[in-house]
Design a protein around this ligand. Structure first.
Ligand SMILES: [Zn+2]
Length: 315
């Protein structure tokens, strides 16, 4: 790769990533030891320079492929240089970006930008490892503001009840590392909350929560998740080191992102926004380059999941 300093701002990134550099950068992530066949894994590979493609030399395979094969970029009509700028924006803009903003910035149709965002969010899915130690847990409502909706939608939402367009999001945050995991949940019953906690948090971790009865099960003797609670209703937000302020921080970031870029809240789409917000929150103390680099590594490694998304049509 060209020995330039790694970009730290959007304008540096735009100058740095011409189509060739973007491809070289992608290659350095995907094939640190040189190209390898996505079908049979062989490293005996010839290149077809004119078409920026490779061909496997293995008898009975002979697959042709490019550096984009098996990444979220496969089959794209947009140049890689546009992709990297879009990804830079998505991970480095505090409140996220809308497909309109991306379309205007990189010069493509809004529909293509929407599709791009969809793929990027898909690769920003949360890790499945469980948090441990002291872990804050809290839930909040996220969703549209009724007065900003058009008349028909407002009427529809109001007829279903005041909270019907709000979605509940549950978050857990590891005190030591500051890492967050979050989920869209259907209701706040003890059973549902217990389910997300056991999926996201190692047993015998210490839960810090508010006084919500949804965590009542954790207060029982011999609970797998010993719990301390602060009572917000009694104006108690911090007692000793017990609080859920870290979760509140995350919820504020999520709300700002949803408000800024999310036009019509529908619970089935909110999950992807939550993943995106969690990614940004967890890398918030990194440099712009490191955030971008982390996202690009996920984009390249998302082969299986992407194949699932497209119904297995990866080849
Ligand atoms: Zn092969």
């Amino acid at each position: 790769m060209v020995a330039l300093k790694k970009p730290q701002t959007l304008i540096q990134a735009v100058r740095y990533f011409d189509p060739e550099t973007a491809e070289l950068y992608l290659k350095s992530i995907k094939w640190p030891d040189g190209p390898c066949c996505p079908q049979c894994g062989s490293v005996s590979v010839g290149s077809i320079k004119s078409r920026r493609r490779y061909q496997c030399r293995e008898k009975g395979c002979r697959k042709q492929f490019s550096v984009l094969t098996g990444t979220i970029f496969e089959g794209t009509h947009l140049g890689l240089d546009k992709w990297v700028v879009a990804i830079w924006m998505i991970v480095n803009c505090r409140n996220g970006v809308s497909s309109c903003e991306i379309a205007r910035t990189i010069g493509c149709k809004q529909q293509s930008a929407w599709h791009l965002l969809h793929r990027v969010r898909h690769c920003l899915q949360q890790a499945s490892d469980r948090l441990s130690g002291t872990v804050e847990a809290d839930a909040t409502y996220v969703g549209g503001i009724v007065k900003n909706m058009n008349k028909t939608r407002r009427r529809e939402v109001r007829s279903r009840g005041a909270w019907s367009n709000k979605t509940t999001v549950h978050a857990v945050r590891e005190r030591a590392s500051g890492q967050v995991r979050a989920d869209v949940i259907g209701d706040e019953t003890g059973e549902t909350i217990r389910g997300v906690i056991s999926r996201r948090v190692e047993p015998r971790s210490y839960l810090h929560t508010d006084a919500s009865p949804s965590y009542g099960w954790a207060s029982r003797p011999f609970s797998e998740y010993p719990r301390s609670a602060v009572n917000h209703a009694r104006d108690e937000y911090v007692r000793d080191n017990v609080h859920v302020n870290g979760c509140e921080n995350f919820f504020n970031c999520l709300r700002r992102a949803v408000k800024g870029t999310y036009v019509r809240p529908a619970p089935e789409h909110l999950g992807a926004y939550v993943d995106e917000a969690v990614f940004r929150f967890n890398v918030r103390n990194e440099t712009e380059w490191d955030r971008f680099d982390a996202a690009m590594r996920l984009a390249v490694g998302k082969r299986l999941t992407y194949s699932k998304l497209t119904g297995g049509a990866i080849r």
